[in-house]
Ligand binder design. Structure first.
Ligand SMILES: Cc1cc2nc3c(=O)[nH]c(=O)nc-3n(C[C@H](O)[C@H](O)[C@H](O)COP(=O)(O)OP(=O)(O)OC[C@H]3O[C@@H](n4cnc5c(N)ncnc54)[C@H](O)[C@@H]3O)c2cc1C
Length: 500
C-alpha cells in the first residue's frame, strides 16, 4: 500500500509526487492517459515529435525547487533557451515590434521602433508591475491559498497596503492609464490570456504577469517543453515513485469521513493514507467523489479560456526569413476578441493568432524541408452541457489559418498535420470544459474562490492542479503540487528513507 496516491500526471501531480517521494513517502501516480504530462504533451507526426501544449516556461525557479528537493536541479536535467527576438508582435496593418530576452534590450528596441516616449511609458509600467509582483507573490502565488479571513488577519496596516497591488481596477484600465501607445497597450493586455482571463475585468494586479515574462524571462526548453515532463518522470522514478499510465480513476473511496483510496476502471481498488488529486476540480466534484461528499469542493463558476490549437508542417525558413520563436498576430480591435469570448460566448470573429516555431524556440528538429509550427487562437470554453457545433470551431480555424497566410507566416501548401478544438481539450481533460488554465481570474475574488490545496471538508484529500490554488500555467501548477505535498507531509509526518 502506497502512502500517497496521486490522481493524474500533469505538472502539478508529478511535482507533488517528486516532493513527497523526496521526503521518503511511497507514492503511486495513476494516470488515465497512455502517456504522462497532462496538458504539457507531445504528438509524433511522421517521425517528428512536436509539443502540443505549453511553449513558454516562466518562473523556472519553481521547477528547480522541486527538483532540488530530490537532490538534482533544473540545470542538471534540462537546458533552457532564450531567443532574440523573444516575441515578435505584428498588428493588423503589418507594423512590427519585437520584445527581447531582457528588459533593458526590450526598452532599447521599443525606443528604436516606437520612440523614446513609448519606451519611457513601458519602463514606468514595468517598474510598477515589478513592484506589484514583489508585493503580491507571497500572498497569491508562493504562499498558501488566500482567504478574506487570512487578509483580515494581516491587520489594518497590511490590509491598507493591499491597495498597492492595484486590485480595484481592471488590467485594461490600469494599462490605458499608464501607457498611451496602442501597440504597447495590446501587448500588455495580452498577458491576461496567460491565465485565460479577460483584461477588461481581470484585476490590475495581474499586470504583474508582464513583469514575470518580460522582466524575469520566458524560456524555451532544448528538445521541447516535454523535456520538463521527462525530467520530472525520470526524477520521480529515481525516487521510487510508481507511475502507472492508462489507469483512469473511476471513484474516490471515502470511509468514516476520510479519503482512503481510489477505484480504477476495471475495478482495481488501491488504498493510501492520502490522495492528491491532479485531475480538474470539476471532474473530482462531478465524477470522482461519492455523492455525499461532493460539496467539499466546487466546480469553478467561470472557466478560463480555451483555444483552437494546431501544428502546421511549414516549409523551413532560414537566415533573414527565419520565423521568430514566438509570433503574435493581432487583429484590428483586440478588445473585441474578449467581447466575443466572454460577452457573446462565441469564438473571436477576428482572432489573435499565436504562433510558436518549434525549431528556433526549442531547438527541435523537424522534417527534411519542413519545420513544426504550433498555432493557437483563443476560444470560449465548451458549454456546460453539450458541445459547440463543429462548424463554429471550423470557422475559427479557417480565420486563424487565413490570418497566418495573409501575414506570410505560412505558405498556401503548408498543411495542418495535427489539430485540437476546445471539444478535444474538454474530452482529454475531463471537467475542464476545454479551459487551459482552470478558473478564470476575471474578478477581484477569483484568487479567494480557488480551492485550497488541502480539502478541509474531507481529511486525506489534497488538490494539486491548475484548477486549485495558485492557478494555471506551468509554474503555478508546479507550486500547486509542492503545496499539496507540504500539506500531506504536515498531516502524515515525514518519513526518512532510513526509517522505511
Ligand atoms: C495549448 C496549451 C498551451 C499552453 N501554453 C502554456 C504556456 O505557454 N505556458 C504555461 O506556463 N502554461 C501553458 N499552458 C497551461 C499549462 O499547460 C497547464 O496549466 C498545466 O500543464 C496544467 O497542469 P496540471 O497540473 O493542472 O495538470 P493537467 O495538465 O491538467 O493534467 C491532469 C492530468 O490528470 C489526468 N486525469 C484526469 N482525470 C483522471 C482520472 N480520473 N484518473 C487518472 N488520471 C486523470 C489527465 O489525463 C491529465 O494527465 C498551456 C496549456 C495548453 C493546453
Amino acid at each position: 500500500m502506497p502512502d500517497v496516491i496521486v490522481i493524474g500526471s500533469g505538472l502539478g501531480g508529478l511535482s507533488a509526487a517528486v516532493s513527497l517521494a523526496a521526503k521518503g513517502l511511497g507514492v503511486t501516480v495513476v494516470e488515465a492517459a497512455p502517456n504522462f504530462g497532462g496538458k504539457a504533451n507531445i504528438v509524433t507526426l511522421d517521425g517528428v515529435e512536436c509539443d502540443t501544449g505549453p511553449s513558454v516556461l516562466t518562473l523556472p525557479d519553481t521547477l528547480d525547487a522541486v527538483l532540488r528537493e530530490a537532490g538534482t536541479s533544473l540545470a542538471a536535467e534540462v537546458t533552457l533557451l532564450t531567443h532574440t527576438p523573444a516575441f515578435r508582435y505584428v498588428t493588423a496593418k503589418g507594423d512590427v515590434l519585437e520584445l527581447m530576452p531582457t528588459l533593458p534590450e526590450t526598452l532599447a528596441n521599443v525606443s528604436k521602433t516606437l520612440g523614446e516616449a513609448a519606451a519611457r511609458e513601458l519602463a514606468t509600467f514595468m517598474a510598477d508591475a515589478a513592484e506589484v509582483w514583489e508585493l503580491s507573490k507571497i500572498a497569491f502565488v508562493y504562499g498558501e491559498a488566500p482567504s478574506v479571513r487570512s487578509l483580515w488577519e494581516l491587520g489594518p496596516a497590511k490590509m491598507a497596503g493591499f491597495g498597492r497591488v492595484d486590485p480595484f481596477r481592471s488590467m485594461w484600465a490600469a494599462i490605458c492609464n499608464k501607457v498611451k501607445h496602442p501597440l504597447l497597450r495590446v501587448i500588455l493586455a495580452r498577458y491576461a490570456t496567460y491565465n485565460g482571463s479577460d483584461p477588461r475585468s481581470a484585476p490590475a494586479t495581474l499586470n504583474c504577469i508582464a513583469h514575470v515574462e518580460i522582466g524575469l524571462g520566458g524560456y524555451g526548453v532544448r528538445g521541447g517543453v516535454y523535456e520538463l515532463v521527462r525530467a520530472l518522470v525520470r526524477v520521480a522514478e529515481r525516487q521510487g515513485v510508481r507511475l502507472r499510465a492508462s489507469s483512469p480513476v473511476e471513484s474516490l473511496t471515502v470511509e468514516r469521513g476520510r479519503a482512503v483510496g481510489v477505484t480504477l476502471r476495471g475495478g482495481e481498488a488501491l488504498r493510501a493514507s492520502a490522495i492528491v488529486c491532479n485531475a480538474d476540480v470539476a471532474h473530482l466534484h462531478e465524477h470522482l467523489l461519492p455523492k455525499a461528499q461532493r460539496r467539499v469542493v466546487a466546480a469553478p463558476e467561470t472557466p478560463s479560456m480555451s483555444g483552437w490549437t494546431g501544428l502546421v508542417r511549414a516549409r523551413r525558413r532560414v537566415g533573414q526569413d527565419a520565423r521568430a520563436a514566438h509570433t503574435v498576430l493581432f487583429p484590428e480591435d483586440y478588445l473585441e476578441e474578449f467581447a466575443d469570448i466572454f460577452d457573446r460566448d462565441r469564438p473571436p470573429q477576428a482572432p489573435t493568432v499565436y504562433c510558436c516555431a518549434q525549431e528556433p524556440c526549442h531547438q527541435r528538429r523537424g522534417w527534411a524541408d519542413h519545420e513544426p509550427v504550433f498555432i493557437m487562437t483563443n476560444a470560449p470554453p465548451e458549454p456546460r452541457v453539450g458541445a459547440r457545433p463543429a462548424e463554429v470551431t471550423n470557422a475559427l480555424r479557417e480565420r486563424a489559418l487565413g490570418r497566418l497566410r495573409e501575414a506570410g507566416l505560412i505558405d498556401q501548401d503548408d498543411a495542418v498535420v495535427w489539430e485540437r478544438a476546445p471539444s478535444g481539450l474538454a474530452a482529454a481533460y475531463p471537467g475542464s470544459r476545454g479551459a487551459l488554465y482552470g478558473a478564470s481570474s476575471n474578478s477581484l475574488f477569483a484568487a479567494f474562490k480557488r480551492p485550497a490545496n488541502r480539502v478541509s471538508g474531507l481529511p486525506g484529500l489534497y488538490l494539486a492542479s491548475g484548477s486549485a490554488h495558485p492557478g494555471g500555467g506551468m509554474p503555478l501548477c508546479v507550486l500547486s503540487g509542492r503545496m499539496a505535498a507540504r500539506h500531506v507531509l504536515a498531516d502524515l509526518g515525514e518519513k526518512t528513507q532510513a526509517a522505511k
